[in-house]
Design a binder for this molecule. Sequence first.
Ligand code: DLZ
Length: 161
Amino acid sequence: MSGQGSPDLGEVDPAWSGMRVAVVSASWHTRVVDGLRAGAARVADRAGVVSSEFVAPGSFELPVLAHHAAASGRFDAVVALGVVIRGGTPHFDYVCSAATDGLTRVALDHGIAVGFGLLTCDTEEQALDRAGLDGSREDKGAEAMVSALRAARTIRDIQAG
Ligand code: DLZ
């Protein structure tokens, strides 16, 4: 997938102010994940969003943390951040699909917006290029936060009728 057509990360909707977001992030590849977390936090700060951070051991555990965040009823949205880098075994495919399917399930089972900030890359260079760091071409942590807030806002509109 290319980054073309991604949302305008500078655009902040005043309606996002006061929204509560759980940010769940994995602990692998800390330089990249720290970049994703910083990107998400930049958007949250600009938008006046209250974010709470929860750390998972690895990306495989992101869905269960997202599930409990959603089930707590304390949050309007969840943002999941992690990086999985392909190795020499099929492990990559299992972790990626478990995390992706699990996060999708959380979104649908709880009817909550889940921002998908899980990078699935062949190399660490590809991940760094998407981590919102100095010299990165893309900022996937910020994109995941913007997407979660937009979806959460639209869910509110749908529910309000
Ligand atoms: C085991 C594993 C491997 C090989 N690679 C990654 C990775 O690139 N990114 C990541 O977030 N987690 C990785 N993990 C850890 C799994 O997600 C999980 O935490 C462990 O299998 C323990 O359940």
